[in-house]
Design a protein around this ligand. Structure first.
Ligand SMILES: *Cc1c(COP(=O)(O)O)cnc(C)c1O
Length: 377
């Protein structure tokens, strides 16, 4: 399969799946990114955020690879994701649910030995009553809202909840946490403000571990590392801080096949709506990837594919199942039916594609399609 990915043509070694686009996920690079983040935060730990199918990369494969590297803490968004992953995770490793409990799913959560991130006083009470019902002491993380106004216990309840926790032997508060709103903006004063709130919370919950950093937060410095940092996008190769050089390895590469080529005279319209009109004679190639595969439609007349390091601009609109690119700059015989071009790879990172599409690398990754032939390396 590496032969197929590198020789630039499917027909040399036909895909067994019938797919015409190939997503390669480099679990070696993932492991090295994990190790790099670990060494940045040591003696604090790195927890892996594997919500949304590990940002589209495949949670099962990602979790297995990270377990092999020694990762023992995993975060997902929803209980359903946690229940699916739990059987993969050995004893001694834990799975946290960021979105917390839903009314009525406390027992499922407890019996699956999954740790909820308790986001409100009500959720805390529900978790405590589940513990009483099961005659079990249950572990919890508690998230506080230090300024993002999205999830977490509002700070006005900090003291009363801390007291309730002290008096309640049913719940073991393993972790107190918060989430940074502007961690990717190193100069933003909100980071310091949130950290300072988090430090007071950590003092009150002195017996619990504390966590505030996501990927970008790790790059804000030691003070943000706490006891455990929650890394998502940086594991998967996304740049943690906008506009700086990304020291992490790319994990994902995407190639797609040419399904047709044509030469068009000046004045020819290309694609839906005829938004692109050829000004000269051009050579076009239609590529087997479209918005149904997660390629943002906002790349219409903006994005590019690459071949031999040459930028091949998207011309016309992104269709559901294909794009058309301008290959005039390449020698005539370089690309033909069945050849592969690079969409994500050494010449175009997920951050490059995100910038052209007016979005963030997170969205590029989490939308990665399911028609691709996926290869884990
Ligand atoms: C998604 C998420 C993370 C991971 O964020 P990255 O920026 O991808 O590292 C960490 N913490 C919380 C609460 C999250 O929702």
């Amino acid at each position: 399969m590496t032969a197929r990915m590198t020789d630039g043509c499917i027909s040399k070694k036909r895909a067994m799946t019938g797919a015409a686009a190939f997503l390669e996920i480099d679990l070696g690079a993932l492991g090295r990114n994990y190790e790099k983040l670990c060494s940045m935060v040591a003696p604090a730990l790195i927890a892996a955020v594997v919500k949304a199918d590990a940002y589209g990369l495949g949670a099962e494969e990602v979790v297995k690879a990270l377990l092999a590297k020694g990762c023992r803490h995993f975060f997902v968004a929803e209980l359903a994701e946690a229940i699916r992953l739990k059987p993969l995770v050995d004893r001694g490793a834990c799975v946290f649910v960021l979105n917390g409990l839903q009314p009525g799913n406390e027992l499922d959560c407890a019996l699956s030995e999954i740790i909820p991130v308790v986001n409100s006083v009500e959720q805390w009470q529900a978790w405590s009553s589940a513990a009483r019902q099961l005659y079990r002491r249950l572990p919890a993380a508690i998230q506080f809202d230090t300024g993002m106004s999205r999830l977490g216990v509002p700070l006005e309840y900090l003291t009363s909840l801390a007291k309730a926790c002290q008096n309640d032997q049913n719940i073991e508060v393993r972790l107190v946490m918060s989430h940074l709103a502007s961690a990717d903006n190193q100069g933003c004063s909100q980071n310091r403000e949130q950290l300072s709130e988090m430090e007071s919370i950590a003092d009150i919950f002195a017996g619990s571990a504390f966590s505030i950093a996501n990927s970008s937060g790790i790059f804000l410095g030691k003070a943000y590392h706490g006891d455990i940092a929650r890394a998502g996008v940086a594991l998967y190769g996304g740049a943690p801080t906008a506009g700086t050089t990304n020291s992490l390895e790319q994990v994902v590469s995407l190639k797609a096949a040419v399904i047709q080529t044509r030469r068009v005279p000046p004045g020819t319209k290309v694609g839906y709506g005829g938004t692109f009109v050829a000004e000269r004679t051009m050579r076009l190639a239609t590529i087997a990837v479209g918005y149904a595969d997660g390629l943002p439609r906002s790349l219409s007349d903006r994005g590019a594919a690459y071949c031999d390091g040459m930028r091949l601009p998207v011309v016309g609109r992104v269709s559901m199942d294909s794009i058309t690119i301008d290959v005039t700059a390449l020698p005539d015989d370089r690309l033909s039916w069945g050849s592969l071009v690079e969409l994500i790879g050494p010449h175009q990172t997920i951050d490059d594609m995100a910038r052209d599409a007016g979005t963030i690398s997170y969205e590029i990754l989490t939308r990665l399609g399911h028609r691709y032939e996926r290869q884990y390396r």
